[in-house]
Design a protein around this ligand. Sequence first.
Ligand SMILES: Nc1nc2c(ncn2[C@@H]2O[C@H](COP(=O)(O)OP(=O)(O)OP(=O)(O)O)[C@@H](O)[C@H]2O)c(=O)[nH]1
Length: 353
Amino acid sequence: MLVAADVYRPAAIDQLTVLGEQVGVPVYSEGTTAKPAEITKNAVEEAKRNNIDAIVVDTAGRLQIDKTMMVELKEVKKAVNPTEILLVVDAMTGQEAAALVTTFNIEIGISGAILTKLDGDSRGGAALSVKEVSGKPIKFVGRGERMEDLELFYPDRMAQRVLGMGDVLSFVEKAQEVVRQEDTMELQKKIMSVKFDFNDFLKQTQNVAKMGSMSRIIGMIPGMNKVTPAQIREAEKRLAFVESMINAMTAEEREKPELLAESRERRIRVAEESDKTEQEVSQLVAQLFQMRAQMKKLMGMMQGQEAIAGMGDLMDSLNADEKAPPGTARRRRRRSEPPRQRELDAVGGASRP
Ligand SMILES: Nc1nc2c(ncn2[C@@H]2O[C@H](COP(=O)(O)OP(=O)(O)OP(=O)(O)O)[C@@H](O)[C@H]2O)c(=O)[nH]1
């Protein structure tokens, strides 16, 4: 149960109520007139009545120099004797975060900290000094504004991130959370039999989207910590771009990409239905076969450079476009558009398992 004990900012209670609804957890509130220690004590009773065994009390933000507010915290602590007392500090304050944790620990006696806005702090160096300076551990970190952006804190992973190695383990964990084990097995089987189709491609793309903002994922990849918001928006747009084309395919076409590789009519239909150009659809189909080939290679199954059945027509179409004479509509269209192949390559890279 969540307990609204920030009585100074009415919006804080509304905010907590919305959050409770979002995560399916009841919220206890007595409005803004009662004292936080009283609210908290009553909340514990209410929780017991309802067989709820954990409560989280949200108190107001405060400055450590505000004596009255610090006394209020001591009263809350005395009233309910909490298992954990966590101070929420903003990573953007840099080394100040460590000083704050120290002061609150001396004044109140806390069990740890939650370091938020690590997504805004380029490297999160402050995280390393909190434990060193205050003796208190960071228990959770916030890397964004959504629920799934609040994570358990692992010091060794943070150290790697600070050293620029990327948080590979967190990346793998996130991937495991969203990709069901059965899906992974199924995918492995498909790769083994070189049957990776557009349904798998779409699932991969959607899994990447589910993992939260692209920035977080890119930040977890070694050597790719600095990504601008514009680049993130661009990457998300590319995902939607690919999805719209796959959505325009029939179930049969998704399962048998060869159908699209063999038939220009089908590619034109998909292009029209998804409001893309024929060239863009051809590139997507070519990319799927490239991914199949790469996967095959990865699995150590490459058996020579055999041609992929049905690719002839597709390659002709891609080549014809390259060779279209100057001044034709095709060439004009190509010149005015961004280089899609590079974009599609990037999406493919992000959605590979
Ligand atoms: N980017 C980013 N934004 C965050 C993070 N954590 C919180 N925020 C945002 O920061 C703003 C303030 O967060 P609140 O949870 O309202 O802050 P608070 O600690 O309750 O504030 P007080 O208790 O009133 O001091 C909100 O817009 C949050 O969405 C984070 O880790 N990253």
